[in-house]
Design a protein around this ligand. Sequence first.
Ligand code: ZN
Ligand code: ZN
Ligand code: ZN
Length: 280
Amino acid sequence: MKKHELSDEFRRLNDPSNYVTRAEKRHRGYYFERFLFSLLESEGLEPSTNYRPEGEEIDGSFRLDGRIFLLEAKWHDKPMPASAIYSFKGKVDGKLCGTIGLFISMSGYGPDAAGALIRGKDLNTLLLDRADIESALSETSSFRDILNERLRTAAQFGIVYRDQKAEDASHWQVEQSVDSFLLDFGLDSGVKIYADQIIREGPCTCKRTACVGHQEKVYCYFAIWLSEWVVTTGLYWQCYDEQVECERIGCGLIHPRGHTGKLGICNAPYTDQRRQTDEV
Ligand SMILES: [Zn+2]
Ligand SMILES: [Zn+2]
Ligand SMILES: [Zn+2]
């Protein structure tokens, strides 16, 4: 298949009107696997499907520059939980050293999925999501390019997943047990952040089940150059900026979530502005 044909196929896969019933949704996974097979084949990556060593189910395998990849592809409605990633990694662990697992989830990943991988003994599994597939289909890139870039980042920094949507420098979703590495993902913004500049990290503190612009809670890193107020909120920047009805009694305004309780903006400012609390 040519690239434009693959793009057309991907567009068809993405059309929600094709997947209304449960049965149709089940088929989507199958069509997605078939689409990936065509994509891999078009780039000479020698895919083979239904690789089932000793009863394990793995969606397929392929080869890049002599290296074997095991593939698992999912298109669910909800982000992939860490447990699904663990179980896939378990399959990869038993294979010949040097084999790499590639998990592709169109619905992204749960908060601890990438963390689950880097805490394992061997770093042998990479995670891709919708944004990566879209990049692979763009005129200026390819699946090979994406894969090579990821292999390099994983080898250099131990980073297995890059959430392309989290582009704000202060909120990289790098899922990395940070030491003193330079985290350089300047692909979109050109901004660099050093690990020792990170002063807070953790899932966004908003009460939404999924953060703004995401299908899951965003894991955030806060850099030292951000204002103390921003860091104390613990909010992902898109959740920070979202206009909400203020939850503070006596405020009654609609203002950015991040400005809740902020003196000069919120009508009900916290008594302790520094700690953002009313407790003394
Ligand atoms: Zn949030
Ligand atoms: Zn995300
Ligand atoms: Zn307010």
